[in-house]
Every structure is written in C-alpha cells, then in structure tokens.
Design a protein around this ligand. Structure first.
Ligand code: KG4
Ligand code: ZN
Length: 346
C-alpha cells in the first residue's frame, strides 16, 4: 500500500490534541502527538464547562497543529490527509476541531476525513499492535464503558456497557467521598494497596443477569453508607479503614469488569476468530488490578491481550489520525459539508 501521512485533530472533550501518523508497508509510526489539557480551566467548577472548553479549543488548536508539524519536522505539503473528530462529544469543542480541519483542507486542497471519537479509541490496538479483525474491545474511562467487537475499520458491534456511571466516574466519586485528591483513579488505587479487598462486601449489580450490561452507580450509595457508619463509630475515617474501603471498592469494580469480560469473550469466541484478541482502552485501563484481571481472562480464552500505553489509552489525536487513515484507505472522504455531531453511536 502507498505510504500515507495523516494529521489528526481531537477536541471533543477537555483535551485539545493534534498528531501525525504515518503508515505504509514498513509499519506504523506516530511522528508527533501533542495533547494540551484544560484541567485547570475547569477545576473551580467541579466539572467540564462546555463553553469554556469550546473557547479554549478554538484558541489552542492552531498552536497544537503547529507544534505537531514541528515535532514531526514536516510541513502541510508532506501530508496526505486530515482526520478530525466529528463526534460524539461536546458540540462546541467538536465544531472548533471540524472548523480548524476544514480551514487547513481548504487552504491546502488535502482530503478531509471525519472520524468517530469512539472508533478512534476502538482502533487504537491496531495503531499500537497491528491487531487483526475481529477483536474484542473494552472501552473503560471516566465517560465510557462498553464492550465492542471490531469487525473492520467501520464495522463494530456493541455487546453491552454501563447503564449508568462509567467506572472512572465511580473511582472519582469514591475519592471525593473519602477525601482523596482528584483524579480519583490513581489515588484510590494507591490507597487500596495496603488494604483488605474482602473487608467490605460492596454490591456487584447485574452480575447474575445475562448479557454484558453493567452498573456502577449503586457503589456510590453503598460507599457513602459505609463511610458514614465508620465516621459515626470512630469519630473520623482512620487511615487503615480507608485503605480497606478503597481495596474493597476496587475489588468490586474489578470483579464486575472481569466477569462481564468473560461473557463478552464467550460471545466473541463464537465468531471463531483465527487470532483471537482482547484489547482495553480508556483511563481506567491504567489500574494494575483491573489490567491484571482482564489479562488473566484473555489468557483463559487463549486470546492475545493488548493494553496500549496510557497516553494512547486516554484522549489523544494519534488515534484520530490512525482511524482517519484507515477510513481513507477504504475510500472514505468528507467534503466541506462535514458536520459536528454531539451524538454519534458506533
Ligand atoms: O480516558 P480518560 O482520560 O478520560 C475520559 O474519561 O474519557 O479517563 C479518565 C478516568 C478518570 O475517571 C480517572 O479517575 C480514571 O480514568 N483513572 C483510573 C486510573 N487512572 C485514571 N481509574 C482507576 N485506576 C487508575 N489507576
Ligand atoms: Zn475518549
């Protein structure tokens, strides 16, 4: 195949990102990847404020693209196409990215390819490990939680997912309840290290229900009750007990993800894949207990397990460049009428 070099642009949530990916017969290279976060801008509001996010993306996008070209030591004329997240996400941010991409496409005459953000996550194991279709994917972050089978670059089946909170959200809320700093995930994980995972029996909802759907919102209520009981009894939250709570919480989340992965793998194996693969993406994939649990289920089924490096598991533009490149190879092109879509199921 002809070697292709793609610029990727991502601005669907609270990270502004630009990246350059090259793919040809001699392999795949991430020539540049710039991610500029907005955490400080939103910190005072306790969540992402869409208007602030959109304005910050509009201000940062050009600079991110410039930095990516500089890092790759390339000019716009060295590119073969521009890929941009066209949804789903916060509409103002997605529009900023689409407008930036259209501007570059109009100025250079380069082809434009709109990409689904979730497809970007779902195709990452191909960018990092060249994983072959069909493979099973678990997207698990602060905003997403779903099992997908990737049959092709544009063909996915959803096997199930959370019906309420995402696990990352549960980690963040747990941290808040236990007065640990944000982001909750890494802090709860560290605190869980010295704790007893069997100290508290936190709920594992939907576990004996068929299918791959999950629920994590009940954990919050159970945790709140436990915390209040401990505080009433001890007049505070002793460190050793907090460790036990964190360890027990993490065990509950891990248990649900592992058992539902077993279900999803069973459905996936019915497709008789010749080289079975199970991949995970999203910030929660950074958790060592969860990662280890998922890896051992993959091993049970004889499937190759891939957990991409964290910087490619969380929001980035390399995955968008890659997904655009795959779509382009299938003949997909978008025109100046490409629209930003707040909702866009895979
Ligand atoms: O993929 P991501 O950066 O952004 C989206 O939510 O889309 O994921 C961030 C989430 C946060 O909720 C964070 O607490 C969680 O991933 N996270 C973790 C860990 N590191 C990050 N959760 C559990 N254990 C971790 N080590
Ligand atoms: Zn994402």
């Amino acid at each position: 195949a002809r070697t292709l070099t793609f610029l990727g642009i991502e601005s669907s949530c609270d990270d502004t990102a630009a990246a350059i990916v090259r793919h040809g017969d001699d392999g795949t290279q991430i020539l540049a990847s710039i991610v500029s976060g907005q955490t400080e801008l939103h910190a005072a509001f306790g969540g992402v404020v869409p208007e602030i996010a959109a304005r910050a993306h509009a201000e940062k996008l050009d600079l991110c693209v410039e930095q990516a070209l500089e890092q790759a030591q390339l000019g716009l004329t060295d590119l073969d196409g521009i890929a941009v997240t066209a949804g789903p996400g916060l509409i103002g941010g997605v529009m900023s990215g689409v407008m930036c991409a259209k501007g570059i496409a109009a100025g250079t005459g380069l082809p434009l390819v709109g990409v689904n953000h979730l497809a970007g996550h779902a195709l990452t194991p191909r960018l990092t490990d060249g994983m072959a279709f069909p493979y099973l994917m678990l997207l698990v972050s602060g905003g997403h939680c779903q099992f997908l089978i990737a049959h092709g670059s544009e063909e996915f089946t959803r096997l199930g997912g959370t019906i309420d909170d995402a696990p990352g959200e549960a980690f963040d809320k747990t941290a808040k309840l236990l007065a640990l700093p944000q982001p909750g995930g890494p802090n709860v994980e560290t605190e869980a290290e010295g704790g007893n995972p069997k100290a508290y029996a936190f709920p594992r909802p939907l576990l004996d229900r068929p299918g791959c759907d999950m629920s994590f919102s009940g954990l919050k209520t159970a945790l709140l009750r436990t915390r209040d009981e401990v505080v009433a009894q001890h007049g505070g939250l002793p460190r050793a007990i907090r460790r036990d709570i964190c360890a027990s919480f993490q065990a509950a989340v891990t248990d649900v993800l592992v058992k539902k992965s077993r279900r999803a793998l069973t459905e996936y194996m019915d497709l008789a894949p010749s080289a079975p693969g199970f991949a995970v993406a999203g910030g929660v994939a950074a958790n060592r207990a969860i990662r280890a649990g998922l890896e051992s289920v993959a091993t049970e089924f004889g499937a190759t397990f891939v957990a991409p490096p964290l910087r490619l598991c969380t929001d980035n533009a390399a995955m968008i460049a890659w997904a655009g490149l795959e779509r382009f190879r299938l003949g997909h092109r978008d025109g100046m009428d490409l629209v930003a879509r707040p909702r866009w199921p895979l």
